[in-house]
Design a protein around this ligand. Structure first.
Ligand SMILES: [Cu+2]
Length: 151
């Protein structure tokens, strides 16, 4: 009887742990991105939140909330021409879609993931404290501010 209970407990804990991990990897909010030639980033739509970016204008300010997990969907963007990154106020790269030079990419809590179509990260308090703008690596004009709420 005791063994059965222990097994149930172990499986229960495993189940909870794996559920927690899966949840941590799913974005709360997804920005569907496009580019207006090399003039600007454009947000076509946002899933999971409202009023956090003006849609279909160049380089809208993005409002992000501490603790949420964010995805940026670049399925419609050629990322070879328009690689995305996130920077601090001193223009230093924090998270980088392209070649992995961002200084906060290895932070486990941020759980940064990137490929040619999607960039995903969790806005931890540490990241929120320094995040400032999003930028196309190749085009100076493609830059927009990031505003943080919930600090
Ligand atoms: Cu670009």
């Amino acid at each position: 009887m005791k063994i059965i209970l222990k097994r149930l407990l172990v499986f229960g804990l495993l189940y909870v742990a794996m559920g927690g991990l899966a949840l941590a990897q799913n974005p709360d909010i997804t920005f569907i991105m496009d580019n207006n030639r090399s003039d600007g980033w454009v947000v076509l739509d946002v899933a999971g939140a409202e009023g956090v970016a003006e849609l279909r204008v160049n380089n809208p300010t993005l409002t992000l909330e501490v603790g949420k997990r964010y995805s940026f969907d670049f399925s419609l963007v050629n990322n070879l021409f328009h690689p995305f990154d996130v920077r601090n106020q001193d223009n230093e790269v924090l998270l980088d879609q392209g070649i992995g030079r961002g200084s906060m990419e290895r932070d486990e809590a941020i759980a940064f993931e990137a490929d040619e179509d999607v960039v995903t990260f969790t806005l931890t308090p540490e990241l929120a404290a320094v995040i400032h703008n999003y930028q196309c690596v190749n085009h100076e004009m493609m830059v927009g501010l990031i505003v943080v709420t919930g600090m």
